[in-house]
Design a protein around this ligand. Structure first.
Ligand SMILES: Cc1cc2nc3c(=O)[nH]c(=O)nc-3n(C[C@H](O)[C@H](O)[C@H](O)COP(=O)(O)OP(=O)(O)OC[C@H]3O[C@@H](n4cnc5c(N)ncnc54)[C@H](O)[C@@H]3O)c2cc1C
Length: 466
């Protein structure tokens, strides 16, 4: 088992803990604001790096109430799903509208495998709901906490060469505009709003419901292995083509990577599977135990990892797709992710690993590398090109800024587009250059639906140049 091996390795590392440990001098608090009895309730995101104190918080339970909430709202209006974005897309001191009560299945069509759902439905609730009507999401991200509305507006994705982002499964949606109009749109009805709203960073209003193009229910076998990073990179194209879903997580300062391949399960694949949400903490324990000593620490760390992990047994999980795609996330972290053109993915990830090594950055958290199919959605990170989404992470109690600042220019070099829900520093001018085909079209729609900029918080003004 991967976890057991990590823990054994960490214990072995303690033997050499006389070496200077990787300190916590840059530790930052997990929660940026305190709850004070009698004061307005602050909002804080999952990661603990964004917060605000809205003057008004509303949770409409119907479209009529949503329209009413938008009309009543004062100050900057923002929607919130599951608060799982790292970037400052949600904060407002004006009105925060939660979508939690707009949840569940509206209806479904067995022949077309389409289902209409409320936008506040969390992904973990959606899997069983769709299963009950003979449908399943074709693909999912690696966790199932987000609300579907929050997910599609940021083009949330999983991995798989033949599969697009969550937004690409939306065939129609209903949008409540800042002025309180309800607009139904699809590829054939008010199509300009549809192409803008499927990935809008929540700038056009609040999606109340959406229709999804699903598949029939399917089961997956997920196999997790420890392999040599260079071996994986050398045959990456074949691996991505061979498996239904393939991703890999290179371990910094080591020659190893975790690979995760998922394929359709056969009738004899029995349900099984132990997930290990703490494995990533064990890696940190190991790096700290080895001690960060430039030149010495890295060699010892790689040797320990190789000794204890390489050649170990594969970990296998089998089950319904909606049980196997997501993993439990108990370790808080901060994340930056860019999607680079698919053909640049291997070079980009090699350069990141080399930079971490050469600049002796004390990073234990694995990188993540996924493949997503192209789509035609105006502001999707996958618009017009297949993409490799590459992420860097830092633990939630450790300052991520110096690390991310070292890595971000590498993504720029490869024409990377940042994930709208994750950390990046790009402004409107630079983002516009990354979306040459439809940046202007999107903003025409945005201005027509929200001429007064009621949805524009400080972050959206920065990224959209308002
Ligand atoms: C542990 C963890 C794992 C993650 N894994 C992945 C992953 O595998 N793949 C990936 O792509 N991303 C991943 N992310 C990022 C995350 O999925 C996205 O940021 C996603 O958008 C969060 O959804 P949410 O419901 O929490 O939305 P929130 O963060 O609450 O809101 C996001 C945006 O959506 C807007 N919004 C919310 N609901 C609506 C609505 N109904 N209509 C219009 N706008 C709305 C908000 O105003 C905001 O702008 C991960 C994040 C975390 C914390």
């Amino acid at each position: 088992m991967i976890r057991r091996d990590f823990l054994r390795a960490a214990a072995a590392g303690a033997v050499v803990s006389v070496l200077p440990a990787c300190g916590r001098s840059d530790a930052v608090p997990q929660s940026p604001v305190d709850f004070v009895a009698g004061k307005p309730l602050p909002w804080i995101n999952w990661s603990g790096n964004q917060s605000c104190t809205p003057a008004l918080r509303l949770a409409p339970a119907s479209e009529a109430e949503l329209v009413d909430a938008l009309k009543r709202a004062s100050g900057v209006v923002r929607a919130v799903g599951a608060s799982h974005s790292f970037s400052a897309v949600v904060p407002t001191d004006g009105t925060l509208i939660a979508t939690d009560l707009l949840s569940g299945l509206v209806g479904h069509d067995a022949a077309s495998l389409q289902a209409e759902i409320w936008a506040g439905t969390r992904m973990h609730a959606l899997g069983p709901l769709l299963h009950g009507v003979g449908q399943a999401l074709p693909n999912m991200p690696d966790m199932d906490y987000p609300a579907m509305g929050g997910a599609i507006v940021n083009s949330v994705h999983g991995t798989g060469q033949r599969y697009g982002s969550m937004s690409s499964y939306v065939t129609a949606l209903t949008l409540a505009t800042p002025s309180g109009e309800l607009i139904d749109c699809s590829a054939s009805k008010r199509s300009e709003i549809f192409h803008a709203a499927r990935t809008s960073v929540g700038a056009l209003g609040i999606v109340s419901r959406m229709t999804l193009q699903n598949d029939k229910p399917f089961r997956l076998v997920e196999t997790t292995r420890i392999e040599k990073t260079e071996d994986v990179l050398a045959e990456l194209a074949q691996r991505c083509a061979a498996h239904r879903n393939f991703e890999f997580l290179p371990l910094p300062h080591s020659t190893l990577a975790v690979t995760v391949a998922s394929d359709l399960a056969g009738p004899n694949d029995a349900p099984s599977g132990e997930d290990d949400p703490e494995a990533v903490n064990s890696l940190r324990t190991l790096l700290q135990a080895v001690g960060w000593m430039p030149g010495i620490g890295e060699a010892a760390y790689d040797k320990l990892l190789t000794t204890f992990l390489a050649g170990g047994a594969a970990q296998v999980r089998v089950g319904h797709s909606f049980d196997v795609f997501p993993h439990v996330r108990v370790v808080r972290f901060r994340e930056m992710e860019y999607t680079v053109p698919a053909e640049s993915g291997p070079d980009c990830v090699r350069e990141i690993l080399r930079t971490i090594r050469e600049r002796k950055l004390p990073i234990a958290f694995p990188l993540e590398y996924r493949y997503v199919k192209a789509d035609e959605i105006w502001l999707s990170m996958f618009e017009g090109r297949d993409g490799c989404s590459i992420s860097v992470h830092q633990y939630g109690d450790t300052d991520h800024r110096a690390y991310f600042a070292e890595i971000e220019p590498i993504f720029w070099k490869y024409q990377g587009r940042p994930h709208w829900g994750k950390l990046h520093t790009l402004d409107a001018a630079r983002l516009a250059a990354l979306y040459p085909r439809h940046w202007k079209d999107f903003h025409e729609v945005r201005r027509s639906l929200d001429p007064q900029g009621r949805m524009m918080n400080a972050h959206l003004k920065h990224i959209f140049g308002v």
